[in-house]
Write a protein that binds this ligand. Structure first.
Ligand code: ZN
Ligand code: ZN
Length: 271
């Protein structure tokens, strides 16, 4: 790796319903890649915690606690990706309770009353529907920030992965700049990090979530805390796009990025 401190702080083992490899396999791959740090962040979709996610959360945490390969330089951290904690804060609290995570990602995969953006049908929608969806999405991101029990905001602009990437429907984000600025300001004021999720670089959308213009804007507004994650769901994708993400951060004016240990940022140079 050309960067000394490359880290992957968003990825999934098979403890996630859509992941394919074990915790130990993911850890070994991180070590093989020579990552400085590896944080696993299996899913917990909060609204389904009581009936579906509780055993997965327990299993992921137990495996992360036990299965740490010896040797190599990689530091291993325990994380979780909480989906929609704003919609079910009681379940979010239960998912975190009694488990000493290093890192919590707060994400929105679906807005209230809708399925995951991945499943929505964008083909025959009324004009203005997509902008309305996005407006609600930004509002719910603000709710996640107000909820506050997280370290980094996951993959901001996630809906574009499907709307623009998979369905080829262009979105004019300039209409949403005020809402996005509001999210950045709230993040900065609350001392939380913005994640740059590099999954988009290997998917149809072809760019990071969020991409350079937004990351630059966050920086302009005074943003200092950024994290990086590939959102890999298998060993082959671990670390993918991380160095491109580090290039992007440098281009946006950052000289350091963060890795979390016990919810405290360790700032590492982008060199
Ligand atoms: Zn996610
Ligand atoms: Zn994820």
């Amino acid at each position: 790796m050309k960067y000394r401190f490359a880290c992957d702080c968003h990825n999934h083992s098979r403890c996630s319903f859509d992941g394919s490899d074990s915790v130990l396999e993911m850890r070994r791959r991180a070590q093989e890649l020579g990552l400085w740090a590896h944080t696993l962040t299996d899913h917990c979709e909060c609204q389904n915690f009581p009936d579906r996610y509780r055993p997965r959360v327990e299993m992921a945490f137990a495996e992360m606690s036990l299965q740490v390969p010896q040797g190599g330089r990689t530091r291993f951290y325990k994380g979780i990706e909480l989906g929609q904690p704003n919609q079910d804060p009681d379940s979010a609290a239960l998912a975190l309770e009694g488990r000493d995570y290093d890192f919590v990602i707060g994400s929105i995969h679906n807005i209230r009353g809708y399925e995951d953006f991945f499943y929505l049908d964008y083909s025959q929608v009324e004009p203005g529907f997509i902008d309305a969806l996005l407006t609600t999405y930004w509002e719910e991101e603000r709710e996640v920030i107000a909820w506050g029990q997280f370290d980094a905001l996951g993959h901001l602009t996630y809906p574009l992965r499907y709307i623009e990437g998979d369905h080829g429907i262009p979105v004019d984000l300039s209409k949403h700049q005020e809402a996005i600025d509001g999210i950045f300001r709230a993040l900065i004021d609350s001392g939380k990090a913005l994640e740059v999720n590099t999954s988009g670089l290997r998917q149809k959308i072809g760019r990071a979530l969020p991409d350079l213009p937004l990351v630059r804007r966050y920086r302009e507004l005074g943003g200092e805390l950024v994290t990086l994650g590939s959102d890999a769901h298998c060993v082959e994708d671990l670390g993918k796009g991380i160095e491109a993400g580090m290039d992007l951060l440098r281009e946006a004016g950052f000289r350091r990025f963060a890795v979390y240990e016990q919810h405290k940022p360790i700032l590492l140079p982008l060199e």
